[in-house]
Structure formats: C-alpha cells, structure tokens
Design a binder for this molecule. Structure first.
Ligand SMILES: CCCCCCCCCCCCCC(=O)SCCNC(=O)CCNC(=O)[C@H](O)C(C)(C)COP(=O)(O)OP(=O)(O)OC[C@H]1O[C@@H](n2cnc3c(N)ncnc32)[C@H](O)[C@@H]1OP(=O)(O)O
Length: 221
C-alpha cells in the first residue's frame, strides 16, 4: 500500500502558530505525530534578515553544504522565499553516491541539515546548531538529478527552533523524494570559539572583512 502523508497546520489562538499533525500510513499501519513536538511561538524573523528573493552567499567557503572551496561538496545555492521559507537546490554528483548511480542517504540528510540550518540562521540571525535531524527517504535520488528543497521555520520554544523541509526531484514542483524535520538549539558564539578550530575561525573572520562579504556572519541578534 502506498505511503500517505498528510500535514495539517492550524492556528492556536494568541499563542499563534504551529500545531501540525502528521499522519503517516504505511501498509495500513497509522501513526500520528505532532510537529513541532512541543508548543511553539511563531518565529520572529530578524529585521536584518535578507529580503524575499535574495540569493544567499555561502556562510563559509569551506562548508561542505554551500562552500565554494569544497570540491566534493554540495555547492548548495539558496534563495529567500516568502514568509518563513528558504528555497535551496543542489545537483547530485558522482562524489555523492551510495549505491551505484544513486545519492547516499547520509549525504541527503546532510543536504537537509544545510537547508534547514540556512533557514534558521538566515531568518533568525542567531547562532544555532542541529540538535536533532529526522529524515524520510521517499524516492531514490539519481546522480545527475537536482533536488529542490523548500525549508521552513515552524516555530520556536525558548532556545529551541523547529524547522522542516521537503525535497522535490528534478523541479520545484517535482515529486517529493525526501522530507526532514529538525530541532536546532540557539547557542552562544563561545560554542564555536571553544569547540572550533582557531585557524578556521580566523579565516572566516578575515573573509567577513572583505567588503562584498560583510553579510556573511553578522549573526548578532
Ligand atoms: C547570517 C547568519 C547566517 C548563518 C547561516 C548558517 C547556515 C548554517 C548551515 C549549516 C547547518 C549545519 C548545522 C550543523 O550541522 S551544526 C553541527 C551538528 N550539531 C552539533 O554539533 C551540536 C552538538 N550538540 C551540542 O552542542 C549540544 O548538545 C546542544 C547545543 C545541541 C544542546 O546543548 P546545551 O547544553 O546548549 O542545551 P541543552 O542540552 O540544555 O538543550 C537545550 C534544549 O534542547 C533540547 N534538546 C537538545 N538536544 C535535543 C535532542 N537531540 N532531542 C530533543 N531535544 C533536544 C533539550 O532537551 C533542551 O530542551 P529544554 O529542556 O530547554 O526544553
């Protein structure tokens, strides 16, 4: 029996926003999951967030998801959409294979981590890291195909930010191949200075000083 997926969204009075119910039927067995899993507030888009239609530059040139200095990376490109949405796309290359000619599942999860992290980081302009990422693989994704991912902010609860995304195969309105949901947790900048590599952070700081790149990591709320 085919998979059936239904996502319903309803307003919750003054609390406002999301209580999405996801009903999944696989071979006649139904399970109902609430998404986000806790009560949330509507996301507050930062006043300095890029405007609808803005094409985003890489936040870090060595990022596996979007960096131009990662030869085997995803080279994902992203554009701000309407509301709380970012549209991203990448083309699956031979470096991304798992089974012959098909994208590796972990690689696809990585692409969704990137797309979801982008909608969180760019619209909220707060440093946040992935706490949990859940992926549903609905169709194989062949090498050479382009995955069009629409990622959306679903709500916030204190430091917790919930976001979800759908990946369409071949075209923005193509069949859904992959879906994902994630929890991001807002962190202090010390998260990166304490745990990251100092030389890499210096490189990022230096590139942020280049006039054409000053938008890259201005993430102070
Ligand atoms: C201009 C800006 C542009 C920026 C663009 C950016 C693009 C980026 C694109 C790249 C994107 C790539 C992005 C990447 O790849 S980020 C890299 C992958 N992620 C990490 O490395 C994160 C590693 N984990 C940690 O550092 C810590 O565990 C964090 C920081 C996540 C939480 O540790 P912390 O000690 O700080 O906080 P807490 O433990 O009190 O938790 C806080 C709350 O969260 C809830 N919780 C936590 N975990 C889970 C869980 N698994 N399921 C359910 N809930 C969970 C927890 O219950 C609590 O809830 P509550 O008790 O308050 O209710």
């Amino acid at each position: 029996m085919p998979h059936v997926l239904l996502i319903a969204r309803r307003a919750v009075g003054h609390l406002g926003y999301v209580s999405a119910v996801r009903v999944v039927s696989v071979d006649g067995v139904h399970s109902v999951q609430q998404w986000p899993p806790v009560e949330t507030q509507p996301p507050q888009v930062h006043p300095k967030a890029p405007e609808q239609g803005a094409e985003l530059t890489s936040h870090y040139s060595e990022c596996f998801g979007c960096g131009e200095d990662q030869p085997g990376g995803l080279h994902m490109s992203s554009t701000i959409g309407a509301g709380h949405v970012v549209h991203s796309s990448f083309t699956v290359s031979a470096e991304h294979q798992g089974a012959p000619g098909l994208a590796h599942g972990g690689l696809l999860s990585c692409a969704f981590d990137e797309a979801l992290g982008t909608v969180v980081g760019q619209l909220l302009r707060k440093p946040a890291v992935t706490g949990k990422l859940e992926t549903d693989f609905r169709r194989p994704v062949p090498v050479g195909s382009t995955l069009h991912i629409t990622a959306e902010l679903d709500g916030t609860a204190g430091r917790k930010v919930y976001a979800s995304a759908r990946g369409h195969l071949g075209a923005p309105d193509g069949p859904v191949a992959v879906e994902a949901r994630a929890l991001f947790v807002v962190v202090d900048l010390e998260h990166f200075t304490e745990h990251g590599d100092q030389d890499a952070l210096k490189k990022l700081r230096d590139s942020a000083r280049e006039p054409e790149r000053t938008d890259r990591w201005d993430i102070n709320p």
